[in-house]
Design a protein around this ligand. Sequence first.
Ligand code: DGL
Length: 238
Amino acid sequence: MNLKVGIFDSGIGGFTVLNSLLKKRKDVEVYYLADTKRIPFGNKNFIEVRRIAKEICNFYADKNLDALLIACNTTNACALDILEDNLRIPCFDLINSVSEIVNKEIIGVLATETTVKSSYYKNAISSKKENMKIYQQECPEFVSEIEKEKLNFGKLNYLADLYLKPLLNKNIQELILGCSHYPLIYDFLRKKIDLNIKIIDPSEALIKKFNESFAIPKNYRYESLSYENVKFFVTADK
Ligand code: DGL
């Protein structure tokens, strides 16, 4: 029987988690929720994000899920406790998962304003390793640009220079893409950043943890990526 899994984000950012999952296994039935009515989450305050998290719990309440994959860093940072306490199923999150795999001492984090303000990344990484230098940079305009049907690379280039400069000036050794939308422009960002700096997509760490808890069946044959077992939901038409 397939595992029932919920994945949510404010929009298309959760595809980074969805794709990391479906690249490894197909024995899942996914309920993907994009809260398009309230996108972006990243400029909303702590209380608002917690209120949204409660509504997301209401959406999943009757879905009989085996697990929730939290594909939104902003909700992760502000309301992990709400999701866990209300749904009472295993919740896999980006921030704690990726904090366990950072390898270097000088870390840069690109994230939304609210994630940066929460300092959740800083605290999660520092609690796992001593003497870490963690520099966070908010990227207020990235999400709306990445959500566009046709990407405007001129604008993205301007924004990336603006957001990356403060981190590169600190000689970061690893860069965490701390908003699930950002890995969608990974190839573009990779070209702008020295190859010595590792760019980390937290969705891979999350899926690794999920696969450790819900083991891929033995003799399982993976063929190709398919969305046939994904049900998509939006809270508003765009
Ligand atoms: N993709 C989400 C995140 O990881 C939310 C972005 C937004 O809606 O601002 O933070």
